[in-house]
Design a protein around this ligand. Structure first.
Ligand code: PLP
Length: 427
């Protein structure tokens, strides 16, 4: 059911954003001509408070791998909600143990133990701490363009100065090398290195897919120096790229893998890091050396278990691979048609990036697409690129609709840019 007075609700919400949330966000929504609020969602579709339908091609971003409100995830969470949503922690939690076992089964190689938390940044914080604890080394090597979250440790590992410089000094011991460059990695890693942390495919960096030998090469470099490899699968994990985890495209097993986003099925937030058994020895003597109140809570674990089961039962990994190819094949002609504005379109599975010649074009195209009922999202560390990361249950017809809308939106945004340029020339 829609609200009685959606106009008033929208106006009041934006006004409150201006006074109580963030006036910058209020301005952004106004720039995009947004005069409504989000209201309900199901599958790959959401509705605003006015009843207008949007195809979600990026929601979250990238948290709705099983779609919005998948009935099995919702049922599992409701059942747990009615019984015991949060934990007292004095007794063991069977859902936490069950989800950890499931993760040991679906993660590659001998990854086995899991620590649960609440977000991607928190998962990376824990992984970085564990690497320092186990290796007794301090140095962490990250990559430029990387995004690992915005808490102090995760931010220190990330690779875009815009988000880092205002908060300096960050955590000491972090260095960065170019993503995709094995020589740079080889010269950076040494016997002082606790860990290398990277995304197998950079998401917020604008969907950057490394050369094929890169990840196996980084694995070898880490092994040579006794450094751990932390692979951040927060965005790429759980089927998104056409493998259960993106590092499997290159047959690489990290020492620690971090996840979040899609793990909660788009219903309850949850983060996690999973690692090799010998690493957890360092956490045995004092299991509270690293801890968090809500980690492994029953509600989130119920969502996680149901989500993984849905991904397996509905063969969403295979579906992402197939539909990703379909989507990309249809976007390539759009990119060619608008080659003056679109620099590149690339992707793996249903993680696709469209790169423009100018970040302003991304703002214009995403705003146009939103008006036409398709949601895509810009990339935090590469504002020239927007991401397409739809629910893996999206249909071919919905993809066709998204492509048509993006085609129109690029045409409209491009015409606007041309008009502005012509005006500037005639002045
Ligand atoms: N790591 C990656 C690869 C991400 O894409 C993100 C978020 O976009 C994070 C970490 C941070 O996750 P969160 O926003 O849940 O802290």
């Amino acid at each position: 059911m829609l609200p009685d007075n959606p106009d008033r609700l929208a106006a009041e919400t934006l006004e409150k954003y201006g006074r109580f949330v963030n006036a910058g966000l209020q301005r952004l929504y106004r720039f995009a001509n947004v005069s409504t609020v989000e209201w309900e969602a199901r599958g790959a579709v959401i509705h605003d408070a006015h009843g207008k339908e949007y195809l979600d091609c990026s929601g979250g971003p990238a948290i709705f791998n099983v779609g919005h409100r998948h009935p099995k995830v919702v049922a599992a969470v409701k059942e747990q909600l009615d019984r015991m949503p949060m934990s007292v922690r004095a007794l063991p939690r069977h859902l936490e143990a069950e989800l950890a076992e499931l993760l040991a089964e679906i993660t590659p190689g001998d990854l086995q133990y899991t620590f649960f938390c609440n977000s991607g940044a928190e998962a990376n914080e824990g992984a970085l701490k564990l690497a320092r604890l186990v290796t007794k080394r301090a140095e962490i090597i990250g990559t430029t363009g990387a995004f690992h979250g915005k808490t102090m440790g995760a931010l220190s590992a990330s690779g875009r100065d815009t988000y880092k410089t205002p908060f300096e000094p960050l955590v000491p011991g972090f260095r960065h090398v170019a993503f995709g460059n094995l020589d740079a990695m080889a010269s950076a890693v040494s016997a002082r290195t606790a860990a290398v942390i990277l995304e197998p495919i950079q998401g917020e960096g604008g969907v950057v897919i490394p050369p094929d030998g890169y990840l196996p090469g980084v694995r070898r470099i880490c092994d040579r120096h006794g450094a751990l490899l932390i692979v951040d699968e927060v965005q790429t994990g759980l089927g998104r790229t056409g493998k259960m985890f993106a590092c499997e495209h290159w047959g690489v097993t990290p020492d620690i893998m971090t996840m979040a986003k899609a793990l909660g099925g788009g219903v309850v937030p949850i983060g996690a890091f999973t690692g090799r058994p010998h690493l957890w020895k360092a956490l045995e003597q004092n299991p509270y050396l690293h801890s968090t109140t809500f980690g492994g809570n029953p509600l989130a674990c119920a969502a996680g278990i149901a989500t993984i089961n849905v991904i397996l039962e509905e063969r969403l990994v295979e579906r992402a691979a197939e539909l990703g190819t379909y989507f990309l094949e249809r976007l390539r002609p759009v990119a060619r048609r608008h080659s003056r504005f679109v620099k590149d379109v690339r992707g793996k599975g249903l993680l696709i990036g469209m790169e423009f010649t100018d970040p302003d074009l991304v703002l214009l195209v995403t705003a146009e697409a939103l008006t036409r009922g398709v949601i895509v999202f810009y990339s935090l560390n590469k504002p020239e690129t927007f991401r397409i990361a739809p629910p893996l249950i999206i249909s071919r017809e919905q993809i066709d609709r998204a492509v048509a809308v993006l085609d129109e939106s690029v045409a409209v945004a491009g015409a606007l840019v041309d008009q502005v340029e012509q005006k500037a020339e005639t002045r």
